[in-house]
Design a protein around this ligand. Structure first.
Ligand code: PBG
Length: 308
């Protein structure tokens, strides 16, 4: 009765990795219990999650090297397997809330979220056109939320305009507002084979030392039309979640990222911590800090526990 915070399966959004082809289910080495699924197997995974009460999914494509180029061309080709699968999954599960990721890294030979010139510099404004085309192609599949994770300046406004002009006023934007240049994304980059080929992401992702800068980023994103503001990673940035929660009225989302998942799993496998309790405590603390939506690889497992 006096519990101030209570987790619900409705809080969770479950990230999923989509493979091209059929009949594939490949575990991510650095994320025990998390798989890359081909569309047929992803369908089964989504079905199980819906039964458990997890209704929201963030789907990322695993893009083979042969499809990568400097301009991320395949990211907006309507015949690309990712976009085709999204259309079919959304048709099959209209009750599921599906989010997609807008960033160039999975499709880019450079492994960066934006366009890179010969000197290795990220071209912010030139990237916007590509990100806009990507967002529109994703919206055309009928998905619910666009998730720009690229961190280019001005992209929320740009994407909002592109969507509105084409009649996708109802497609929401969950902006990665305070996305830090973090060591905790390692296992995700293994899963997608999307690590930067050179340099790092520090010119467009945030400095972990900065809290006030998160306010600037969030204010811009809200003004530009974001429907949700996201903080990422979650556990090392609970103060940022709280700051945004206290200052904004749009829902705050937090991404409990791959490295945060991997740490709990690795320690639990060694028998050094109680993995189940550590998982539930982590999720509870993210909610207590003020997150309305928790993106987490634990979604299915935690839902099983919540169901009893
Ligand atoms: C792509 C993207 C990343 C994550 C989500 N979208 C990786 C990155 O920025 O390098 C990381 C998610 C995770 O670690 O779970 N821009």
């Amino acid at each position: 009765m006096i519990e101030e915070t209570r987790l619900s399966t409705k809080d969770f959004m479950y990230p999923l990795f989509l493979l091209e082809g059929k009949n594939k289910k490949v575990e991510v080495d650095s994320m025990p219990g998390i798989y890359r699924f081909s569309q047929d197997n992803m369908r089964a995974e989504i079905e199980q999650c819906l039964e458990l009460g997890v209704k929201s999914f963030d789907i990322f494509p695993v893009v083979a090297e042969k499809y990568k180029d400097k301009e991320a061309t395949y990211s907006y080709d309507p015949d690309f397997f990712y976009l085709k699968a999204l259309r079919e999954l959304k048709e099959e599960f209209p009750e599921a809330c599906i989010m997609t990721d807008v960033a160039m890294d999975p499709y880019s030979v450079d492994g960066h979220d934006g366009l890179v010139d010969e000197d290795g510099k990220i071209l912010n404004d030139e990237s916007l056109e590509i990100l806009g085309s990507m967002a529109l192609a994703q919206a055309e599949t009928g998905i619910d939320i666009i998730g720009p994770s690229d961190m280019m300046d001005g992209r929320v406004e740009f994407i909002r305009e592109v969507l509105d002009e084409s009649g996708y006023e109802d497609t929401s934007i969950m902006s990665y507002s305070a996305k830090y240049a973090s060591a905790f994304y390692g296992p995700f980059r293994d899963a997608l084979d999307s690590a930067p080929k050179f340099g790092d992401k520090k010119t467009y992702q945030m400095d972990p030392a900065n809290l006030r800068e998160a306010m600037i980023e969030a204010e811009l994103d809200e003004e530009e039309g974001a429907d949700f503001l996201m903080v990422k990673p979650a556990l090392a940035y609970l103060d940022v979640i709280k700051l945004l929660r206290d200052n904004f009225d749009v829902p705050i989302a937090a991404y409990n990222v791959s490295g945060e998942y991997a740490m709990v799993k690795a320690a639990a496998q060694k028998g050094w911590i109680d993995g189940e309790r550590a998982m539930m405590e982590s999720l509870l603390s993210i909610k207590r800090a003020g997150a309305k939506v928790i993106l987490t690889y634990f979604a299915k497992e935690a839902a099983q526990i919540l169901k009893g």
